[in-house]
Design a protein around this ligand. Structure first.
Ligand code: PLP
Length: 396
């Protein structure tokens, strides 16, 4: 049976070039980058090389790149590391749980002395209105030591692919002297990337979403940003993130980023967008389907589709049995029957959210892959609808 993996937003396979780049650092060149002997020097050189690549990717200084364990750590560090009691966090109700759970934590520290959290809701198409961010910023904000405001908005939503207007939000944050963090885990490698243009102080990315290894990522930390480390210990990463460097992982991230930079320019994204549009157009021919986030700018590879009168989980399973891997909501929510908080924030009711599936294509997807998916989806939808005609998904 043909297998078509349409869940690239959950994770991607390691690119062969990434595997090759990492290989020596598991075996012959296994040194600790902090050691002064030759083995250590080799590891340090590899980490420095990756840092130089990341600096080119972010458009920042090498000293502004901090390697870490991925998107969750980056998002947590931005929130726990910058905010203190009495500060204000402005974020959105469509963020990844790595931001939303951290926001809940800082808000919990006590009603009087905790961090105030404002959640901005998106419009029905999934776009955050920058004006809503502007309105949420309180006048007493200062970049310095008085009450801090942190604005945290994602570059691209993991469930819908909607690209948020981070440049505009960055300008608003700058004018109001607020700090700005971007969770760029899903946008990195898919759009032109420049933290100077985005106007952010902090930006998190993760290797495994762009054909790099799992458990490694990086954060851009603008010089002078008063960020406390989340992990303390040795003086690694200029004391911003303790722990022996994951040298193979960092090398893999560097290679993945290098490949991603080339892709943004070589037409891969345009090709993937055409395939995504072909997939979307084909699925839309099935009665009772609707694209969530339609009309908003989106990353090339993602479409999120609601199938009326379908239980999303049943359709995920039916498609898996036919060799097609998709997901309902985000991978971190799999196993739970909770409907997507992103789709609900966009105004869908629980049943409509549960009836929605995310298709996210790999950069290596082909027309044949899409045609295969288009052959099996209508049949699977019919079967799921026939099995449980009473299930909802018809409202909202
Ligand atoms: N932020 C977004 C938008 C994501 O999609 C993800 C992963 O799904 C994360 C953060 C977490 O990244 P990681 O898996 O590297 O911890």
């Amino acid at each position: 049976m043909r297998r078509v993996y349409c869940d690239a937003n959950a994770t991607t396979p390691l690119a062969a070039e990434v595997m090759e780049a990492m290989r020596p650092y598991w075996t012959e060149q296994f040194g600790n980058a902090s050691s002064i002997h030759l083995a250590g020097q080799q590891a340090r050189k590899a980490v420095d090389g990756a840092r130089e690549t990341l600096a080119r990717f972010f458009h920042c200084r090498e000293a502004e790149v901090v390697f870490n364990s991925g998107g969750t750590e980056g998002d947590n560090t931005a929130i726990f590391g910058l905010l203190r009691q009495g500060d204000h966090l402005i974020t959105t109700s469509i963020e990844h749980s790595a931001v939303l759970r951290a926001a809940e934590r800082v808000a919990e520290r006590g009603v009087e002395r905790g961090v105030e959290v404002t959640l901005v809701a998106p419009r029905a198409n999934g776009l955050i209105d920058p004006e809503e961010i502007r309105r949420a910023i309180k006048p007493e904000t200062r970049l310095g030591d008085s009450r801090r405001t942190l604005v945290s908005v994602m570059l691209a939503n993991n469930e819908t692919g909607v690209l948020e207007p981070v440049e505009e939000i960055g300008k608003i944050a700058e004018k109001a002297a607020a700090y700005f963090h971007i969770d760029a885990v899903q946008g990195a490698g898919k759009v032109n990337f420049d933290v100077r243009r985005f106007g952010c102080h902090l930006c998190s990315i993760s290797a495994h979403k762009m054909h790099g290894p799992k458990g490694v990522g990086a954060m851009y930390v603008r010089r002078g940003t008063p960020l406390e480390p989340l992990v303390v210990g040795g003086s690694h990463e200029r004391r911003q993130r303790a722990g022996t460097e994951n040298v193979p992982g960092i090398v893999g991230l560097g290679k993945a980023v290098e490949l991603a930079m080339a892709r943004v320019e070589d037409g891969t994204n345009e090709r993937v967008a055409l395939l995504r549009d072909r997939l979307e157009a084909g699925i839309k021919r099935i009665a009772g389907t609707k694209v969530n986030g339609a009309g908003a700018p989106r990353v090339a590879n993602t479409t999120n589709i609601r199938f009326e009168q379908v239980e999303g989980e049943a359709l995920v399973i039916a498609l898996d049995l036919k060799g097609v891997a998709v997901s309902g909501g985000s991978a971190c929510h799999s196993g739970s029957t909770e409907p997507s908080h992103v789709l609900m924030a966009m105004g869908l009711d629980k049943n409509a959210a549960r009836a929605s599936l995310r298709f996210s294509l790999l950069r290596t997807a082909t027309e044949e892959d899409v045609d295969y998916v288009l052959r099996v989806v209508p049949e699977a939808v019919d079967r799921v609808r026939a099995l449980a005609p009473e299930v909802a998904g018809t409202r909202g």
